[in-house]
Design a protein around this ligand. Structure first.
Ligand code: CP
Ligand code: NVA
Length: 314
């Protein structure tokens, strides 16, 4: 029993916030994945860890998975959450919002249009701030995805994930976490939709440290060659609705179809953060594919966020 308790003891994150994937060191990321898998096996553990603690959930954008899984995770750990939807920092400066919330609640989970909003909340708040998706990062999604890959394949070294489509927030978080963990990463995007050069440079430096391969290219078939996992996301993210029609044209040829999946490894899995637009970035057949793990990813949001909360609010 003592060994079990030691195994499960959550490690405190040095940074104190999860503004982006860059706030997690490689050992912290590994510890978080291990704790997630243990919590998934034993969901009753830490049922009172957040007793008497409250978190502010601030959502400027819609959400199904992130909102429900954060509320559930907080409640399953014995705490409670208060939700506020709508613009953040419009009625008053962000530095004032942060200094109100930290007087009442023990942590802030924020889904924002701008990464700058997350940064300012973290700068001005004395309690942990968690990025629940911004225009540039979606670290909680990538954590759940790392858990899903670990469950399927065991190890990250030698594993390859190919991302097809927009070089967006989800792609950024995936490339940072995978390269930290030593997995190979390839991304194929149309011209003008590449991931941010600064984030690519950071991910490349992690890949160099871990000996992983890292590729940015145009051709989806080139990207998926030898891939264990093929990942895609919507072509127009939240906040880009006005560009949706133009983007449909720009992304022609970037749909993950059965042909694209057939060009990956024979046992390749299909991944998507959801919500998906069937018929655009992915076909209905691939979404319903026996090796589509999209609902495993969604389930793992709950377990990974429980581990994250335990490591940020010990
Ligand atoms: N994947 C994800 O973050 O889903 P929601 O937008 O529904 O939260
Ligand atoms: N890239 C998508 C992810 C949704 C979970 C968006 O930002 O809308």
């Amino acid at each position: 029993m003592a060994a079990l308790l030691t195994d499960l003891a959550p490690r405190r994150l040095a940074q104190g916030d999860l503004r982006s994937d860059l706030d997690l060191t490689a050992p912290e990321l590994v510890a978080l994945l291990d704790l997630t898998i243990q919590l998934k096996r034993n969901p009753g553990r830490y049922a009172t860890a957040l007793k008497g603690r409250y978190l502010s959930l601030l959502f400027e954008k819609p959400s199904l998975r992130t909102r429900i899984t954060f509320e559930l995770a907080i409640k399953q750990l014995g705490g409670d959450a208060i939700l506020s939807t709508g613009p953040i920092g419009e009625r008053e400066p962000l530095r004032d919002v942060a200094r109100n919330l930290d007087r009442w609640t023990h942590g802030i989970v924020a889904r924002t249009f701008s990464q700058q909003t997350v940064e300012e909340l973290a700068q001005w708040s004395s309690v942990p701030v968690i990025n629940a998706l911004s225009d540039r990062f979606h670290p909680c999604q990538a954590l759940a995805d790392m858990v899903t890959l670990k469950e399927r394949f065991g190890a990250f070294r030698g594993l390859k994930l190919a991302f097809i489509g927009d070089g967006n927030n989800v792609a950024h978080s995936l490339m940072l976490q995978l390269s930290r963990l030593g997995a190979d990463f390839a991304i194929a995007t149309p011209q003008g939709h590449e991931p941010e050069p600064g984030i690519v440079a950071q991910a490349r430096s992690f890949a160099w440290e871990t000996g992983a391969k890292f590729e940015v290219c145009r051709d989806p078939y080139e990207a998926v060659r030898g891939a264990h996992a093929v990942y895609t996301d919507v072509w127009a993210s939240m906040g880009q609705e006005a560009e949706a029609e133009q983007r449909k044209a720009n992304f022609a040829g970037y749909q993950v179809s059965e042909n694209v999946m057939a060009a990956a490894r024979e046992d390749a899995i299909f991944m998507h953060c959801l919500p998906a637009k069937r018929g655009q970035e992915v076909t209905d057949a691939v979404m319903e594919f026996p090796r589509s793990v999209v609902f495993d990813q969604a389930e793992n949001r709950l377990h990974a966020q429980k581990a994250l909360l335990l490591m940020l609010l010990p």
